[in-house]
Design a protein around this ligand. Structure first.
Ligand code: FAD
Length: 303
């Protein structure tokens, strides 16, 4: 068996694996796709001390750093179940079962997509999911935010300070964001909020986004908005479906962890975007990966 098995190979998992291996204990990593969300990212400008990099480059560096240590890296296998027996068992999709004394779950999350024509084609070419990451790319340009919940309205307030104008499109007839956020957004001269708006298409010129189409659900009329950037803020879904019956999750599916990364199952720790850790960022998930690995190591030497 392993001493520590990390499930997930994004920044949180890579960080946990390195912290574990540096303790000289038997460490494994199993990931469906090594690199995680970072593989889908182009410019990264907020990974402190690295002024500018690209997702695939950072992923290659992560892998190299992990492989500098004695780590078993299983790169393309998905975990489908965990169970506590003598050891903690992780069952993979191919039927294999891995055993470990401790587990760090770092399976990350995925942004909910609009599923409209043009969204995939213009992903990273104007269609964005992270205002903290990509907001500055649209300095002085028109942008749109899809979704009027807390993250959508926060994004609009954030982008209003950077970009020229922000149009918020909300599907229903009310905004679900906190009142104080809505008031703030409504007070900004360069924010327009449109309700009952169903986004139907992302428009581009072949290279980049040039606008979007939405339908007014009350009148059925179609409208065009000129934007260079579209921030989709309709939810971040944690990759925790396979844990639903084994661990305590929030109603949004995030794994509940304490300050040491402990979950509700002794010996099982968690880190990164799949957890209740606030603010989903690379640097934050790496920090929580380190915390979870150190928490798991503490557990190991006490049990
Ligand atoms: P993830 O990166 O999601 O990695 C999860 C890992 O778990 C993957 O290896 C996945 O394959 C694996 N996995 C999932 N389920 C299973 C399973 N059942 N079994 C085995 N393995 C599994 N953050 C920034 O700080 N700066 C940026 O500029 C930035 N830009 C972004 C741009 C985009 C387009 C996106 C989508 C995100 C961006 N982020 C950015 C956010 C950042 O990528 C995430 O916060 C970070 O990757 C989270 O790391 P993680 O390790 O928790 O999860």
């Amino acid at each position: 068996p392993y001493d520590m098995l990390v499930v997930g190979g994004g920044p949180a998992g890579a960080s946990a694996a390195i912290y574990s291996a540096r303790k000289g204990i038997r460490t494994g990593v199993v990931a469906e796709r090594f690199g995680g969300q970072v593989s889908d990212t182009m410019a990264i400008e907020n990974f402190i001390s690295v002024k500018e990099t690209e997702g695939p480059k950072l992923v290659a560096n992560l892998e190299q750093h992990v492989l500098d240590y004695d780590v078993d890296l299983i790169k393309t296998q998905k975990a489908v179940r965990i169970e506590k027996k003598d050891f903690i068992e992780v069952e993979l999709e191919n039927g294999a079962v891995l055993k470990s004394k401790t587990i760090v779950l770092a399976t990350g999350a995925r942004w909910r997509e609009m599923n409209v024509p043009g969204e995939q084609e213009y992903r990273n070419k104007g269609v964005a999911y992270c205002p903290h990451c990509d907001g500055p790319l649209f300095k002085g340009k028109n942008t749109a935010v899809i979704g009027g919940g807390n993250s959508g309205i926060e994004a609009a307030i954030d982008l209003a300070g950077i970009t020229k104008h922000v149009t918020v499109l909300e599907f229903s007839d009310t905004l679900r964001a906190d009142d104080v956020l809505v008031k703030k957004a409504e007070s900004l001269p360069n924010v327009t909020i449109i309700k009952n708006a169903m986004t139907t298409e992302v428009l581009g010129d072949g290279q980049r986004v040039i606008g979007l189409k939405y339908t007014d659900r009350r009148t059925d009329e179609s409208h065009l908005v000129d934007v260079a950037g579209i921030f989709v803020q309709i939810g971040l879904v944690p990759n925790s479906e396979f844990l639903r019956d084994t661990l305590e999750l929030t109603n949004r599916g995030e794994i509940l962890v304490n300050a040491h990364g402990e979950t509700s199952m002794p010996g099982v720790f968690a880190a990164g975007d799949v957890t209740t850790s606030p603010y989903k960022q690379i640097i934050i998930s790496m920090g929580s990966g380190a915390t979870a690995a150190l928490g798991a190591f503490d557990y190991l030497i006490r049990n």
